[in-house]
Design a protein. Structure first.
Length: 325
């Protein structure tokens, strides 16, 4: 059934995006150029409509009851994002709404983090993980093709991780199909942007699908590393952004152009080269994450350092901790 979910989500996204683009053009729903924007022309910014719809159809076609719990939280996060895209919301109100949705999701689906399953703390920790990825993907969506491409690589990791134990999850397949379909239009040069409604939905799906897949697989103590390592790039970029902004005396919610991908672009790399490089780095994180569950916790820690330290050193060398600009 995973194949049907993937194909349905892919086809749905490819069909929906042109319609969404025409609607955005008719209603002038564009992301205009600005001081914190890389694009120099108006680009439709409501790609989240197609992403949410395609993923939902991919999950529904599978008939898998275990994944349907995600649809209501997905709609609510999408709604928060689309309101933010069109009307604007304060950072605090966004976080509060995301916290409520994340807890409802984790409580309703009984999602907990590995080795942190004691309730209700297990639901709280899982909710924090979901919220963190929602916002990490929102920050990652600052250049063409990045958020969707990274989510596609992570979804592939989920499918491989599940297959190793004979587990096939419709949500992981639907996520991959959705991202590949959206990349047809979002890969540099992008014809449409995810917007907050799309990037936050991807973060929600990546987090909840990871928790769902992991709970279906017998894991060792080293399994604690799998999910955060899979999403290592967006998580580390988020942490660097928060530290950088606080260090410069600003708000952690203030925007800047010092993300890892921004720094590569400032070095003269083309958008396509940056996108492919980010995909390759994410694939490296996923490979390490897949290996973690096979070894002792000590070895797993060594593997995690092997992939995170070079990334952090490269980011700092490029200027990721320099004052926000």
């Amino acid at each position: 059934m995973a194949v049907y979910s993937l194909l349905t989500a892919f086809a749905s996204c490819v069909i929906c995006v042109p319609v969404v683009i025409r609607v955005a053009e008719h209603w002038s729903l564009f992301d205009p150029p600005g001081p914190l924007k890389l694009h120099t022309r108006r680009v439709p910014r409501i790609g989240g409509v197609a992403v949410a719809l395609a993923f939902a159809l991919g999950v529904l076609i599978s008939g898998a009851q275990s994944s349907r719990y995600l649809l209501l939280p997905l709609f609510l996060v999408w709604l928060i994002g689309i309101v933010d895209d069109l009307r604007g919301l304060s950072p605090l109100s966004r976080l509060m709404a995301q916290a409520i949705v994340a807890f409802v999701l984790c409580r309703g689906a009984d999602l907990t983090l590995p080795l942190l399953s004691r309730k209700p703390l297990g639901w709280i920790f899982a909710s924090l993980f979901v919220m963190t990825l929602i916002n990490a993907f929102n920050l990652l969506d600052g250049a063409d093709g990045l958020a969707a491409g990274v989510a596609a690589v992570i979804a592939t990791g989920y499918l491989i991780y599940g297959m190793q134990s004979g587990v096939s999850k419709a949500s992981a397949a639907a996520l991959l199909g959705t991202c590949l379909g959206f990349l047809v239009f979002n890969y540099p040069p992008a014809k449409i942007f995810l917007g907050d409604s799309g990037s936050t939905v991807l973060g929600l799906i990546v987090a909840s699908t990871g928790l769902e897949v992991h709970q279906s697989i017998p894991s060792t103590k080293s399994g604690l590393f799998v999910l955060p390592v899979f999403a290592g790039l967006p998580l580390l970029d988020l942490l660097l952004a928060i530290f950088r902004r606080l260090r410069s005396g600003g708000s952690p919610f203030s925007g800047d152009r010092r993300h890892f991908y921004d720094l590569l672009l400032q070095k003269g790399w083309s958008p396509r080269k940056v996108a492919l490089s980010i995909y390759a780095i994410t694939a490296g994180f996923v490979i390490v994450g897949l290996e973690c569950n096979r070894y002792s916790p000590i070895t797993a820690v060594g593997l995690v350092f092997l992939v995170t330290v070079p990334f952090l050193l490269a980011a700092v060398h490029l200027g990721a901790l320099s004052p926000a600009a």
